[in-house]
Design a protein around this ligand. Structure first.
Ligand code: FE2
Length: 249
C-alpha cells in the first residue's frame, strides 16, 4: 500500500504575538497546513514529518502550541526531530513525538543531526545508537530517513559549512544497520528546495514553512519566495516521489 507523507520544516515558531524577520511564523505555518489539508482531502495524508527548527524560541509552550496548530488541520501521526534552533530536552518535556512511525511497508525514521544552539551538524555515537535502535523495529521493506541538516551541498557557503560530514559513509552505515532498507532522505535547514543524491540514494530538502534563504547566496540572505512544503509519495515499488508546493495567494 502506498503512503503519502506531508513534510514540513523550519517552522521557527516564536512566542505568540511576536514575529521573526517581520514574518508571523504561526500564520505562515497555518497557511501551509490549511493548503496541505486541502491537498490531503483529495489525495490523502498518512503522516507528517517536521524536520527541525520547529521552534525559534524553544520553550515548552511554543512546542505545545505547534502540536495544537497541527492538530487543528490534521489527525495523523507526527514525527518531529530537533534542528539547531531547537532544544532537545525541552522538546521531550513538551512531549513532542520523536519516535519512528512504522507501518508494515514503510518506516519513517528520524536521525538527530543537531547540537543545541549550534548551527553545525553533529551526529554523535548516541545519535547513531538511537537511530540503530529505531531501525530494529518492524519489518517494513523500505525506510525513509529524516534529519535536519542537508547531506549535500546547496551552493550556499554559509549553509554548506554546517552540513552533515561524510554523508556517504553515514548512508552506507545506515543502510547496513537497516539491512539494506534505506530508500532516501529528507531534511530541512537550507530553507530552499534541494534535490540531490548521496551514492545511489535520493535526498530531498524541503522549503521552510516560514521564510526562504536565497539560493546560491554567499552570505545570509532571505529570498522572496513564499512558504512551502512537500509531499512524499512512498510507493509499493520502494521509490519516493517528491512534490513541492508553495502557499498560493
Ligand atoms: Fe531553520
Amino acid at each position: 500500500m502506498a503512503r503519502r507523507v506531508l513534510h514540513i520544516s523550519d517552522c521557527h515558531l516564536v512566542v505568540r504575538g511576536e514575529t521573526l524577520l517581520q514574518i508571523d511564523t504561526e500564520a505562515t505555518l497555518r497557511a501551509v497546513l490549511h493548503q496541505a489539508a486541502g491537498d490531503a482531502a483529495r489525495n490523502g495524508c498518512d503522516a507528517i514529518i517536521a524536520s527541525g527548527d520547529v521552534a525559534h524560541t524553544p520553550t515548552v509552550p511554543v512546542y505545545e502550541r505547534f502540536l495544537r496548530i497541527v492538530s487543528d488541520y490534521f489527525d495523523v501521526p507526527v514525527l518531529s526531530l530537533p534542528g539547531n534552533h531547537d532544544v532537545l530536552h525541552v522538546m521531550q518535556e513538551a512531549s513532542m513525538p520523536m519516535d519512528a512511525i512504522v507501518w508494515p511497508d514503510w518506516h519513517l525514521q528520524a536521525l538527530d543531526s543537531h547540537e543545541d544552539d549550534k548551527p553545525k551538524s553533529l551526529i554523535t555515537d548516541i545519535d547513531r545508537h538511537s537511530v540503530a535502535q529505531g531501525l530494529q523495529q518492524g519489518a517494513a521493506h523500505s525506510v525513509l530517513l529524516a534529519t535536519h541538516h542537508p547531506l549535500v551541498e546547496v551552493d550556499c557557503p554559509w549553509l554548506d559549512k554546517d552540513r552533515i560530514a561524510e554523508p556517504l559513509e553515514l548512508m552506507n552505515w545506515l543502510n547496513g544497520v537497516s539491512k539494506q532498507r534505506i530508500r532516501g532522505v529528507v531534511f530541512g535547514h537550507a530553507h530552499q528546495v534541494v534535490e540531490g543524491r548521496v551514492g545511489g540514494w535520493p535526498v530531498f530538502g524541503a522549503p521552510s514553512t516560514g521564510f526562504q534563504f536565497q539560493p546560491r547566496s554567499a552570505k545570509f540572505a532571505v529570498d522572496d519566495q513564499g512558504p512551502g512544503y512537500q509531499w512524499l509519495d512512498l510507493a509499493d515499488d520502494k521509490t519516493i516521489k517528491r512534490t513541492v508546493r508553495r502557499v498560493e495567494g
